[in-house]
Design a protein around this ligand. Sequence first.
Ligand code: ADP
Length: 174
Amino acid sequence: MVMRDRITIIEGDITRQTVDAIVNAANTTLLGGGGVDGAIHRAAGPELLEECRGLGGCPTGQAKLTRGYRLPAKWVIHTVGPVWHGGRHGEDDLLANCYRSCFALASAHDLRSIAFPSISTGAYRFPFERAGRIAVRETQQFLAVNSTVEKVAFVCFGQAAYVSYRQILEELIG
Ligand code: ADP
């Protein structure tokens, strides 16, 4: 399948996605938070928090896998994005590492479909377009060398996010 057909952009709620794994933009404790993290924990049910308690947190840029419990997705990949501090504190590389870590887990577990929220662009204030370009670039680089992951979805929360992602995808992939 050509690259462009393996990447989809969806406007909606990531907790509703029927994919092998959804990605959670978590914090280093992995014990739940606001934004997409809160939504995922609410939809998955208390068993998710129980499993997360046993993981011992997660450093920024890395990722850990849990089951999805009551979610339609079988797995949740929890990753911790960088907090934006102006862009000169390694934010770009740390965000790229999040995507790489998620893809490494997806590949190791033979996952075929994965849905991402826009990591770090909510409470962590990473500029949306800059984050989107990193997300698309890392996805493109991963898909070029991997054939087990068939579909990567970017789930955009709101129309502005959707329009922005479409533009980035057109710009970077065509
Ligand atoms: P972070 O702390 O990494 O910035 P947030 O959860 O605050 O994480 O925001 C990350 C992105 O997720 C934001 O762009 C936000 O609009 C989006 N978001 C929030 N809830 C959902 C949801 N249910 N589905 C998809 N995206 C969501």
